[in-house]
Design a protein around this ligand. Structure first.
Ligand SMILES: [Zn+2]
Length: 504
């Protein structure tokens, strides 16, 4: 995962001395997870249903042992740095988002169907949704009671849901999407209305600004999208188109399907006027590039570079995990890019090769393998940054060793050494250290264990955890197993110590 923002003054100054690219870090948010804009509380009770819901004792399951009694699902998924992100008590398998958007009115309306499996006996459960008016919620087709508080949407089904049961929730809602604005170091993210449509990038917790979800990467799911927009506009989402777009009554519906598990922050419905180039990479993978007309001069290059990078990473990291690749350049001046699954989004700039290499490396590191908790973000950003260095070397520019040495030359008092990248901080999640020192950590590891073990490790890491969730201790354990070396001191110095490492 990860978005990239244009360099801050500090990082730009550092980079100019290093002679590297001018775009560096994925954007960040504050630790706050409940935007003030979504703080309205509207409680809607369906009286006919309410009368049938009388708490745990109403459950047919409650006659068994006490710990099987229906309880509310937790309002957070358990990431202590982001306590209200995601939710407990269920695991989503699939989202069907049938949404229409009208740019002139900034109006989003539709229904989200969430198909999930209970992981406890549920009296009620939460979804994450910020803003909008919710008009109706059903569970397995029956009206359910629902309540709003901040960005928590609490759903109380007419009957409790037994542990391990599957269920389908339909949420009908409408309103003006409000992105998360001016977070501490991420800027603006979520569903961002633009002149001709919307730019939609959700890292770390912006899915809730456009659909009700379990908004944390620890719960991945498959997605279907049915997106309806004024005729003449293009709606882009993850995965591949299902059938041809259909136009009726001046509006066009685009159906997209991402059939591989995906974290909620990687979902997109970026829409507007786009010029599109479709085909296949030289290696035979579907490739789609789309650019806002003001970036039409970069369309061909985006398409070609995305194709050749994807093919090269497939040789280095293992088979591409999804069914298509590509990229989208929109005119919203986000100043960052996000590795939206199958379609990285570039916000307001034509990306250079290094950024494309970074975002497409994330398709393996971040998208196929997702972090279970945000503090392990270096597993995404350190790897994607190191991929930029690998690409530079592959293209005959600076080598990984040269780039490592340039960064390692930073003085002992440089801020990169006082932030330990193995423990990303919620208030400064996307710190440059998570990226650059994270990438240096991988190079230090490579020096220590040698190229054969290092590249075997990358492939095995990717293959073992394909479509799954990962943590830093799991990576360290695999590195030690493959290399046969005790690497505790190396990882302690590089990931967990707030000073400049002296050994590797
Ligand atoms: Zn990134």
């Amino acid at each position: 995962m990860a978005s990239k923002r244009l360099a801050t003054t500090a990082t730009a100054a550092l980079l100019s001395t290093l002679g590297t690219i001018g775009t560096v870090a994925c954007a960040a948010s504050s630790g706050e997870s409940a935007p003030a804009a979504g703080s309205t509380v509207s409680s809607t009770v369906n009286s006919t249903v309410n009368s049938t819901v009388s708490g745990p004792s109403a459950s047919p399951m409650s006659s068994s042992a006490a710990d099987t009694r229906a309880r509310p699902g937790a309002p957070g998924i358990g990431d202590s740095d982001f306590p209200t992100d995601g939710n407990g008590g269920y695991d989503v398998d699939h989202y069907l988002l049938k949404l229409g958007y009208t740019p002139s009115a900034k109006h989003l309306a539709g229904t989200a169907r969430i198909e999930a499996r209970a992981t406890q006996h549920l009296a009620s459960f939460n979804l994450d949704l910020s803003g909008f008016t919710v008009s109706r919620v059903t569970v397995d087709g029956r009206p359910a009671r629902f309540d709003r508080a901040g960005s928590e949407l609490t759903v109380t089904p007419a009957e409790s849901i037994p542990n391990d049961a599957t269920f389908a929730v339909d949420v009908t809602y409408a309103g003006e999407p409000k992105p998360v604005r001016n977070s501490s170091n991420l800027g603006t993210y979520g569903f961002i209305p633009t002149q001709d449509g919307a730019f939609v990038t959700g890292q770390p917790n912006g899915a809730k600004t456009w659909f009700p979800s379990n908004d944390h990467p620890a719960d991945k799911a498959r997605y279907d999208f049915e997106l309806t927009v004024p005729a003449g506009l293009t709606a882009l989402a993850n995965g591949e188109l299902v059938g041809e777009p259909k136009t009726a009554g001046g509006r066009t519906t685009f159906r997209w399907r991402e059939s591989h598990p995906m974290a909620s922050y990687l979902a997109t419905m970026t829409l507007g006027r786009f010029e599109v180039l479709q085909g296949k990479t030289p290696g035979g993978l579907k490739n789609l590039a789309a650019v806002d007309p003001i970036f039409r001069g970069s369309l061909r290059r985006l398409y070609d570079v995305s194709g050749k990078v994807t093919d090269y990473w497939s040789t280095l990291f293992g088979p591409y995990p999804f069914s298509s690749t590509g990229g989208v350049v929109d005119d919203f001046p986000a100043g960052y890019a996000l590795e939206n699954q199958t379609k990285p989004m570039y916000g307001g700039f034509a990306p250079d090769e290094d950024i494309i290499a970074h975002e497409l490396a994330h398709q393996w590191f971040g998208d196929s393998l997702s972090i279970k908790r945000w503090k392990d973000l270096w597993l995404n950003e350190g790897f994607a940054t190191y991929a930029e260095w690998l690409w530079s070397e592959h293209e005959g520019r600076a080598t990984t060793e040269q780039l490592f040495r340039r960064h390692y030359a930073a003085a002992a008092g440089d801020p990169i050494w006082s932030y330990a990248p193995g423990r990303a901080r919620p208030e400064d999640l996307f710190n440059n250290s998570v990226y650059t020192r994270g990438g240096m950590t991988l190079h230090a590891l490579r020096q220590r264990i040698g190229d054969p073990a290092f590249f075997k490790l990358l492939k095995q890491w990717v293959a073992t955890h394909k479509y799954g969730s990962v943590t830093t201790p799991e990576f360290i354990a695999m590195a030690e197993k493959i290399s046969g070396k005790n690497l505790e001191a190396l990882f302690d110095a590089w990931l967990f110590t707030a000073e400049k490492p002296s050994t590797w």
